[in-house]
Design a protein around this ligand. Structure first.
Ligand code: G
Ligand code: G
Ligand code: MN
Ligand code: NA
Length: 254
């Protein structure tokens, strides 16, 4: 069986799983939320990373039902954690370009929120600059509709695309997520440090939240905080974990 057929079968037989990675306030280590990251638990190959199937899922359109499964599962998990007292958590879900182009995206999101009971403001959708730039006017309209639901919007991998400030200002977004490319070589690479600092300053000027991804060392953490970025995600704070293990870590954090 080819990969495409195996992916279809995997969706039908519920072989996909979500792992969650903490997003924290780097000043005090407080948990602010998490990002849902999909994996394929293949009977023959074990745990398969998204890089190996998301591009094909995107190409074939399977990303639409798969993305809806991810969204529903992530909202349901977050709602169950809220029921255990973790009411301030936000769950971030990655959207693909194909999902953003799907005419019924807003209806699907509305339906999932209603069915899982998760308040819209507890859901954050991560979109990339390039996905938005590829479909400009349509994307703007769709983002406005999502925003009207109360959902939060974050620009993933920020700094790797080419959106202009003028365009960015028009988007109804809440957050810029600094790509880990610009975090990895802090403090050795001074131009990456300049870029990270510039993104943080830009976020402040546009009155947007900013979060750094791929934070692996205390030096990176300190630098980012000094520049004014207080939210972070990365191996320094925790690797992506299956829902149950993540819930245990959260309990341990209090
Ligand atoms: O978890 P990991 O670092 O291996 O993820 C690799 C890439 O796969 C990341 O760029 C991430 O955005 C993407 N990815 C993970 N989960 C999802 C998902 O549910 N939907 C989409 N579209 N992309 C995802
Ligand atoms: O959606 P996005 O492209 O932001 O996906 C995040 C990816 O980054 C996930 O695949 C996750 O496993 C990975 N990741 C998260 N934290 C770190 C980190 O500290 N270092 C590295 N190298 N990768 C990370
Ligand atoms: Mn992401
Ligand atoms: Na990213």
């Amino acid at each position: 069986l080819g990969l495409e057929a195996r992916l279809h079968r995997a969706l039908a037989s519920e072989e996909f799983v979500l792992h969650y990675q903490a997003q924290i306030d780097m000043r005090d280590g407080r948990l602010i939320g998490c990002e849902a990251l999909v994996r394929w638990h293949s009977a023959t190959e074990g745990l398969v990373a998204p890089d190996r199937f998301i591009p094909l899922a995107e190409e074939t359109g399977l990303i639409v039902p798969l993305g809806e499964w991810v969204l529903r599962q992530a909202c349901a998990d977050c709602q169950s954690w809220r029921a255990r007292g973790l009411t301030d958590l936000t769950v971030a879900v990655n959207l693909s370009g194909r999902q953003l182009r799907s005419p019924d995206l807003v209806e699907r999101v509305t339906r999932v929120l209603r069915e899982t009971g998760l308040p819209a403001e507890r859901l954050k959708l991560e979109l990339t600059e390039s996905m938005i730039m590829d479909q400009r006017e349509q994307a703007l309209e769709r983002l406005r509709a999502l925003k009207a639901l109360g959902v939060r919007l974050s620009i993933d991998d920020f700094g790797t695309g080419y959106s202009s400030l003028a365009y960015l200002k028009r988007l109804p977004i809440d957050e810029l997520k600094i790509d880990r490319d610009f975090v990895r070589d802090i403090p050795e690479d001074s131009s990456d440090m300049e870029i990270a600092a510039t993104i943080i300053a830009m976020a402040r000027n546009l009155r947007l939240n900013v979060i750094a991804e791929g934070v692996e060392t205390p030096e990176q953490c300190d630098f980012l905080i000094r520049q004014g970025c207080t939210a972070g995600q990365g191996y320094l704070f925790g690797r992506p974990l299956p829902a149950e293990a993540f819930a245990q870590v959260m309990r341990a954090c209090g």
